[in-house]
Design a binder for this molecule. Structure first.
Ligand SMILES: NC(=O)C1=CN([C@@H]2O[C@H](COP(=O)(O)OP(=O)(O)OC[C@H]3O[C@@H](n4cnc5c(N)ncnc54)[C@H](O)[C@@H]3O)[C@@H](O)[C@H]2O)C=CC1
Ligand SMILES: CCC(=O)/C=C/C=C\C[C@@H](O)/C=C/C=C/C=C\[C@@H](O)CCCC(=O)O
Length: 263
């Protein structure tokens, strides 16, 4: 799992993640008897405290932290190889790393979209059945802003629309190529994390639109982190889900049908 430490996944990790262990393990024959997790992130500070907590609960042999910046090809490649060497395989990848700051929009595209593409292509070197892998599933964290425009954040919106489009196309390419790898995306609404804090400072040239964003927050409400993790595991464990975009609202979650231009 990439970009897992702070925010959406960190807070609910232990409560939800291991609760789905049996269902996840049942998907592949070479998984052994327990779920093992590599947490890749560039935030070492947060990593240490979470790893201490999880290690106490689940044992050191099932957890691995690797410092990794998704903007750096060699770091991602090395982290996946270390994960393979440690655990013997990679069956689930969650591309969760993301930033929001309209003032540094090129970086936002680099992390939120290019980082997802890079990690997907690199993990396929290990997951792809045509390359000796066991197959697997990739879940990309997009956003509701990957479905509809977050007006105060046009480039964040573009990055997340890109994640949804890449997910759907990569899913079809994988299925038609026989990779044995499903690709889905999560589209949560607003979640109380670090990314959600200090909103005006994140809007760059669009800070004058902060009130409109606040109206969206009031309209959509705040999604609980455990709802996001539960949705993640639905995309992992439901083998019928491939190329799916799962929207996570405060009151419900529902799938967004792909728009077809040929219908
Ligand atoms: N907070 C929200 O309201 C929503 C967030 N999301 C998405 O959820 C994902 C997680 O974000 P949050 O937990 O909210 O924010 P967060 O800021 O709390 O967590 C983001 C994580 O990504 C890591 N990260 C950032 N850049 C990285 C890089 N270059 N390489 C490796 N790791 C990197 C950070 O260290 C951090 O651990 C993001 O993709 C975000 O766009 C989607 C919908 C709503
Ligand atoms: C700084 C911008 C801000 O207000 C905070 C953003 C926090 C999280 C980022 C993003 O992932 C959340 C986006 C939520 C968007 C919600 C509504 C629309 O933009 C999409 C409408 C989708 C639909 O029409 O169903």
């Amino acid at each position: 799992m990439i970009g897992a430490f702070v925010g959406i996944f960190e807070a609910q990790f232990s409560q939800c993640f291991w609760a789905h262990e049996e269902a996840a393990l049942g998907l592949w024959t070479d998984c052994g008897s327990s779920l093992q997790v590599a947490l890749l992130d560039m935030n070492k500070t947060e990593a240490e405290s979470l790893m201490q907590t999880l290690t106490k609960q689940y044992g050191q042999e099932r957890l691995l932290f690797l410092h990794c910046d998704v903007e750096q090809e060699e770091q991602v490649k090395a982290a996946f190889q270390k994960t393979m060497d440690t655990f013997g395989g990679i069956h689930i990848l969650c591309n969760n790393a993301g930033i929001l700051n309209e003032s540094t929009w090129e970086k936002m595209i680099s992390v939120n979209l290019v980082g997802v593409i890079r990690a997907t292509y690199l993990v396929l070197e290990h997951m792809n059945k045509l390359k000796g892998g066991q197959g697997g599933v990739i879940v990309n964290t997009a956003s509701l802003a990957g479905i509809g425009p977050l007006v105060s954040c046009p480039v964040y919106t573009a990055s997340k629309h890109g994640v949804v489009g890449f997910t759907r196309a990569m899913s079809a390419a994988s299925a038609l190529s026989g990779y044995g790898v499903r690709v889905n995306c999560l589209c949560p609404g607003f979640v109380q994390t670090g990314l959600f804090s200090n909103i005006p400072a994140r809007l760059g040239p669009f800070s004058h639109l902060k009130d409109g964003t606040q109206l969206l927050v009031e309209k959509f409400g705040i999604v609980n982190m455990s709802q996001v993790v539960e949705a993640f595991f639905e995309l992992v464990t439901d083998e019928t889900k491939d190329g799916a975009a799962l929207l996570v609202f405060q009151q419900e979650r529902k799938y967004m049908p792909a728009v077809s231009v040929t219908d």
